[in-house]
Design a protein around this ligand. Structure first.
Ligand SMILES: [Zn+2]
Ligand SMILES: [Zn+2]
Length: 341
């Protein structure tokens, strides 16, 4: 089969490799769409993920969907031919953290596309049978791939205990931020303020029901009737040191800042003053748990979350190197470059 492999920084090549065999408890997925995540771009650009270097030509991609192609020994289904979304969170199910329901921070976690577990940018991939969920009828594979970032939003919102009528803000309106916007509204948030420097992203936030939008989070303070209206929960989805600072400035005293964005670079400075003066709470959201996939698929199946609104651009597998470059350049108005093996 063909696979897109990273041989070194910015060096993706499509090569011929052996087709994987599904082992006991696994099934083989014919991959149909892989969305390129900003975290894939960090590895692509630097050649390592947080200091871990791939020890072999490496397959990237963890936001993906496909069709069940073959069942491994002992696996009952879903039947071959079933379109599925796949969660790339392969937790052990046995460690202390898994047993306490925190499979997202499993001690033995395998997350394909982070070294040394190959990702999905290939024609086929063997995955644990429990890690798939049938796609809602009529959902395209590209949107199926976007169920993974939706899971990140569902998990982050679950950490915040949104109360009905709540005022919330989202800083950074990429796919994760816009998905947080959709999910907090479902959880009963009445006013959701959104900040993003890009016009296109703010327009999408408007369409998805944002109360007000601004280029920067601190500008949103002017949209508030008075300071008692400050958001009690602010989701930082930009991964930018400035955005984190602004999230703290925007947050109501004693409020909660949920950090979802991955800061780039890894080590950042932050001004502690707003957090101390306002006694802010912080929580860092890590991916999602084993249970989140079902919940995310259900939200899409019920038509409560719209994934079709996100502009994407598709590339055949042969053009995986161009797709990585386009994702890096954020070419056009797309929120994700999607490779379709
Ligand atoms: Zn991702
Ligand atoms: Zn575990």
């Amino acid at each position: 089969m063909k696979a897109a492999k990273l041989f070194g920084p910015r060096d993706t090549r499509v090569v011929e490799v052996d087709r994987p065999e599904p082992g006991p408890g696994e099934l083989l997925v014919a991959v149909k769409a892989v969305a390129i995540c900003p975290s894939d771009l960090h590895l692509w650009e630097a050649g390592h993920a947080g200091g871990t270097y791939p020890d072999h030509p490496f397959t990237q991609g963890h936001e993906f969907s496909g069709v069940v192609a073959e069942l491994g020994p002992g696996v009952q289904g879903p039947a071959p031919g079933t379109p599925v979304a796949v969660t790339p969170l392969w937790s052990c199910g046995e460690c202390d953290l898994c047993r306490e329901g925190m499979s997202n921070i499993c001690r033995n976690l395998v997350f394909p596309s982070f070294p040394q577990a190959d990702g999905a940018m290939a024609e086929y991939m063997a995955v644990p049978a429990w890690s798939v969920e049938p796609l809602p009828a009529g959902l395209g594979f590209a949107q199926g791939a976007l169920i993974e970032p939706l899971q990140a939003a569902v998990h982050a919102v679950s950490l915040a205990a949104i109360e009905p009528g709540a005022t919330v803000a989202v800083v950074g309106a990429g796919i994760i931020g816009l998905s947080v916007l959709q999910v907090v509204r479902l959880r009963g948030a009445e006013r959701v303020y959104v900040a993003d420097p890009l016009d296109n992203n703010r327009q999408l936030a408007d369409k998805l029901g944002a109360t007000a939008t601004a280029r920067f989070a601190t500008d949103l303070l002017e949209s508030l009737a008075d300071l008692s209206q400050q958001p009690r929960v602010v989701f930082e989805c930009a991964g930018h040191p400035q955005a984190l600072h602004q999230a703290m400035e925007l947050c109501r005293p004693a409020g909660l800042v949920v950090i979802i964005g991955v800061p780039h670079p890894d080590v950042i400075d932050f001004d502690t003053r707003p957090s101390r003066r306002k006694q802010l709470h912080f929580v860092v959201s890590r991916r999602y748990t084993r249970e989140t996939l079902k919940e995310a698929v259900q939200l899409v199946a019920e038509g409560r979350v719209d994934l079709k609104i996100y502009p994407v651009r598709t590339f055949p597998l042969q053009q995986a190197p161009q797709a990585m470059q386009a994702a890096m350049d954020k070419a056009g108005e797309m929120l994700r470059a999607i490779v379709t093996p």
